[in-house]
Design a protein around this ligand. Structure first.
Ligand SMILES: Nc1nc2c(c(=O)[nH]1)N[C@H]1C(S)=C(S)[C@@H](COP(=O)(O)OP(=O)(O)OC[C@H]3O[C@@H](n4cnc5c(=O)[nH]c(N)nc54)[C@H](O)[C@@H]3O)O[C@H]1N2
Ligand SMILES: Nc1nc2c(c(=O)[nH]1)N[C@H]1C(S)=C(S)[C@@H](COP(=O)(O)OP(=O)(O)OC[C@H]3O[C@@H](n4cnc5c(=O)[nH]c(N)nc54)[C@H](O)[C@@H]3O)O[C@H]1N2
Ligand code: SF4
Ligand SMILES: [Mo]
Length: 876
């Protein structure tokens, strides 16, 4: 082995030599063979490795193989073997070493060509600073680490003294990618009093129907449970593109006799693979779901026991006030003293009599009434009329959601709605999937509530292969991270990104800095392209209102162009870290395979140093070490995580993880994790805990302890959303902001995710650029284009009052009319200088402001609630 390789990996030696690698791949091979199929790439590699003439430590060529993980915010979390030679990652090969062979191999062309970016033109090699402010024409220049960190620390201290620590905004992405290195930044943020913008809501990924209905952040099936479904109703999750390495599990469910029905306004590759594509009008999913619920109820195909036991449907609502009836207000009933503070004791009619329903255990006699109108005598002697929520639901469906009415809204034939409703009620287990773009609307939560209603009516929740999942990014914290994320005396604060643009609102429950925002510290994110506030950010840098921007990335993104300090971090194969995803059950290491090029450094070192330079007292909460010892420090944090991470990682050791992926523990007895097992099988009230929040912290979201389809908070009542209802697009957003938009902007600007990028990751990957002719594209229906005098291949400008974006026109007859589709994630350098997000405005839904728990109940970005027009580029 060449000496530089030994040095490259340091004393903790995470890399595997050829011999070590052979041992693990051979073991994986045995598992694969006995399972009846061999993971071909890994096996080929193993065979190759045993052949003559391969480079290894004995022939002096110095090729090493390291088991690591591809780590963009993609949810793949695909195991990769990095083949390193001469200090650089030369080849990335799918690891194919998952214990469950269904996961072997996983990966895509983006991941296997990631090394082109590690050593490409956009790689950040040196720290940079801009000493003269951007507004005065200051330029970035390369500098030493000391200069960059001292300058950043000085500016942060100055801004803190002038405006307060909360005027410093922080934007980093999902914690499960880099629990340790990103975790160092998180630890610093949690001790600083800076204002964090949580990624889950800033990405528009937070499916608000989950906290509204279940009281928790989000619970979903891992992809290998898809094959256990006999019916999958997929509402706009473009799985064949955005869950590429998991997509075959859907196919497997079809091979086992299951059906996949795909609802999307647009024909996609996922539509092509489905048993049936249901083409519905954008934003109309709620109407379709509610009409399906009506058919299921009318034809008595619903599981009455299930909805009585686990949901709020039998609980009485006062018809005059719209509020649920409290036991304490009803004559002869009471709220027991021991009732937990965040819970309410409501009332149902059982055996004809009003009965107090305990929120501490999910129980309901089968004689409880779901239907009817009842008269109740209150404590003060007055009488009120009350109905079970189910009765109100039935009346609503009868009035507004007949299949014929839903057809008018959605364009889905009434017969199709009826047929699919019967299928959903009779084929079990059924799994409902909601996708990112489908929920990233202003009223996306109403879609989720209506779809969850279908899952509950059919008793599919808590079952293997059943229930409802909302798949978005790699958001889910899967073990307790407090030992690293939370310093002693934590001083953490957060607010939704929206308020950066909109300013404080009267209705907000989140905090807002008293002097506004004056600095932005970002890492693992590219807000100047990716976020709906990107234009506001640019303008505030240009005007000087945003006085300081710092970014930590490994690529020269658009955000770098606006930064005052640029901290070059390590790419994925240049440091060890921990990685989890909601899509598979494994915890994995992203192991170091090569040293970073230039002056790039592991972020555990960068942020520990920054902390120390801002305030020596803060520095005491971080290890003090030279950069070359980063791997040792990382291992210490990892050990602590495993010791304190709770039952999910109990019994897992660092050595286990060094060898490959390790399945995390879960609570239910079956092999695969089942969401809400404890609620459905042990009758524990909702919600389950949402990491990283403490147990009990979200109980007030569902005071009944049940799945709540009827929400009686004042704001829900004011919005007419006590039950799930369909609301038309743009009425509460674009048209409310500017009534003239109704005439001016006929097209829906939809920004879906691309096969060729993960957000703006891979934007300048040469292979991906070649596959796209290096050009952003705009997709339109041919009829719309013709009416505009536009032809295939035209360079077009998509625009509204907020800005414009350029692309080459693709005519796609499979698109629903009146849309301009742009695939998100292009850096501004490819889109004519402005970001594709210039067009988008961050509207606030008041229901999302009632409570604030970061990344759990919060106002969300609604990317798809955006109108535009289109013209030939250069035309006015
Ligand atoms: N290759 C790749 N994979 C990724 C990502 C990536 O950037 N690239 N990003 C990851 C992340 S963080 C996320 S959040 C996810 C997002 O991934 P997805 O959830 O798949 O979201 P999108 O690709 O934005 O859109 C999926 C589909 O929603 C449809 N749609 C739009 N409006 C509606 C509607 O009103 N109803 C219905 N039923 N459908 C509608 C669109 O036509 C589109 O085909 O992907 C993850 N995976
Ligand atoms: N219009 C519109 N906008 C959208 C969306 C949409 O559908 N439409 N989708 C939204 C969604 S769902 C999401 S999730 C967001 C994503 O938004 P972002 O997360 O801001 O986008 P990315 O391009 O993934 O940016 C991640 C950055 O982190 C860097 N990075 C990756 N790994 C590391 C690392 O280990 N260390 C360091 N230092 N840096 C690293 C990458 O190089 C990249 O520049 O975009 C949102 N924006
Ligand atoms: S980009 Fe996503 S799907 Fe592709 S290899 Fe990486 S993690 Fe896997
Ligand atoms: Mo996302």
């Amino acid at each position: 082995m060449k000496e530089h390789n030994a040095r490259a990996h340091g004393p903790s030696g995470p890399q595997q030599t050829r011999r070590g690698f052979l041992k693990t791949t051979a073991a994986a091979g045995v598992v694969a063979c006995t399972a009846g199929s061999v993971a071909p790439l890994a096996q080929a590699l193993a065979d190759d490795m045993t052949g003559d003439g391969m480079m290894d430590e004995t022939d002096g060529m110095g090729l090493t193989h390291v088991r690591s993980t591809c780590s963009p915010n993609c949810t793949g979390a695909c195991g990769m073997v990095a083949a390193t030679y001469d200090g650089q990652v030369k080849t990335l090969i799918q690891a194919a070493d998952y214990e469950n062979d269904g996961y072997n191999p996983r990966g895509c062309l983006k991941g296997t060509t990631f090394n082109t970016m590690m050593y490409g033109d956009d790689r950040l090699l040196h720290p940079m600073i801009r000493e003269t402010p951007y507004k005065d024409g200051g330029q970035l220049r390369e500098c030493t680490w000391d200069e960059a960190l001292n300058f950043a620390a000085k500016r942060i201290r100055e801004i803190t003294e002038h405006y307060g620590a909360d005027s410093i905004a922080v934007d980093y992405q999902v914690p499960p990618l880099n629990y340790i290195n990103k975790g160092t930044f998180i630890r610093l943020v949690n001790m600083s009093g800076w204002t964090n913008f949580p990624g889950y809501e800033m990405n528009g990924d937070l499916p608000m129907f989950f906290p509204e209905t279940f009281g928790c952040q989000c619970e979903e099936l891992e992809s290998y449970a898809w094959e256990d479904s006999r019916l999958t109703l997929n509402f706009g999750s473009n799985i064949m593109t955005t869950r590429l390495p998991d997509s075959h599990f859907l196919t497997r469910s079809q091979e086992a006799g299951g059906k996949v029905i795909y609802f999307d306004p647009n024909y996609t590759v996922t539509a092509a693979k489905a048993d049936e594509w249901v083409r519905l009008a954008p934003g109309s999913d709620t109407a379709v779901a509610l009409a399906m619920a009506k058919v299921i109820i009318d034809e008595e195909l619903y599981d009455a026991d299930f909805i009585k036991t686990y949901t709020d449907q039998p609980l009485l609502v006062n018809t005059a006030t719209g509020k649920r009836v409290l036991a304490a207000d009803v004559q002869g009933l009471e709220r027991p003293q021991e009732t937990p503070e965040k819970r309410e004791v409501y009332v149902a009619i059982v055996d004809g009599a009003p009965t107090a329903i305990s929120p501490t255990r999910l129980e309901m006699p089968s004689t409880a009434a779901l239907e009817g109108t009842f008269s109740l005598t209150l404590e003060d002697g007055s009488t009120v009329e009350a109905k079970p929520a189910f009765q109100l639901l039935k009346e609503l469906l009868e009035r507004d959601y007949t299949p014929a009415k839903a057809q008018n809204i959605s364009d889905v034939p009434a017969e199709t709605i009826e047929r699919l409703a019967r299928l959903t009620a009779t084929v079990k287990p059924a799994h409902i999937i909601l996708g990112g773009s489908a929920h990233q609307y202003h009223h996306g939560d109403l879609k989720g509530r209506a779809l969850t209603l279908l899952a509950a009516l059919t008793g599919n929740i808590g079952k293997l292969g059943g229930g409802i999942s909302d798949y978005i990014g790699q958001y889910k914290v899967r073990f307790k991270p407090a030992s690293w994320f939370m310093p002693p005396n934590a001083n953490a604060t957060a607010t939704p990104y929206h308020y950066f643009v909109n300013g404080p609102t009267e209705t907000m429950s989140a905090p807002y800095p008293k002097n506004g925002f004056h600095a932005l510290l970002t890492g693992w994110a590219n807000p100047f392209d990716q976020h709906a506030v990107c234009d506001a950010l640019r303008k505030r840098v240009e005007s000087g209102e945003l006085e300081f921007v710092m970014t930590c990335d490994f690529l020269h993104t658009t955000t770098v162009e606006y930064a005052d300090v640029v901290l070059p971090g390590c790419a994925w194969y240049e440091k060890t870290d921990v990685c989890t995803t909601p899509l598979h059950p494994y915890i994995q290491l992203q192991q170091k395979a090569a040293d970073p090029p230039g002056e790039a450094r592991p972020e555990i070192w960068i942020f520990s140093e920054l902390a120390r330079r801002i305030d020596p007292a803060w520095g005491e909460q971080f290890p003090n070490f030279p950069p070359e010892d980063s791997e040792k420090q990382i291992e210490a944090v990892l050990e602590k995580f495993l010791a304190t991470g709770g039952e999910k990682v109990a019994g897992i050791t660092v050595e286990d993880l060094r060898r490959g992926p390790v399945k995390m523990n879960h609570a239910n007895p079956e092999d695969k994790m089942i969401p809400f097992w404890d609620q459905i099988h042990n009758r524990t009230p909702f919600p389950p805990p949402s990491l990283p929040n403490a147990p009990g912290s979200t109980d007030h979201f569902v005071p009944s302890g049940r799945m709540e389809f009827y929400k009686d908070h004042d704001v829900f009542l004011a919005q007419g959303e006590q039950l799930p209802v369909w609301k038309p697009l743009f009425e509460d957003t674009e048209y409310a902001l500017d009534p003239s938009a109704r005439e001016k902007y006929p097209f829906n600007y939809l920004t879906r995710n691309s096969l060729y990028r993960v957000h703006s990751n891979y934007s300048s990957n040469p292979m991906m650029l070649e596959l796209q002719d290096g050009l952003p594209r705009v997709w339109m229906n041919p009829d719309d284009a013709m009416a505009k005098g536009l032809a295939e291949g035209d360079e077009v400008d998509v625009f509204n009052d907020r800005g414009h974006v350029k692309g080459k026109l693709v005519l796609e007859p499979g698109l629903y009319p009146k849309q301009c589709i742009f695939e998100m994630g292009w850096w501004a350098r490819y889109t004519g200088g402005s970001s594709y997000n210039t067009l988008i405005y961050p509207f606030i839904n008041p229901i999302h402001e009632i409570y604030f728990i970061g990344a759990t109940w919060s106002t969300n970005m609604a990317w798809n609630e955006c109108l535009c027009d289109v013209r030939k580029a250069g035309a006015q």
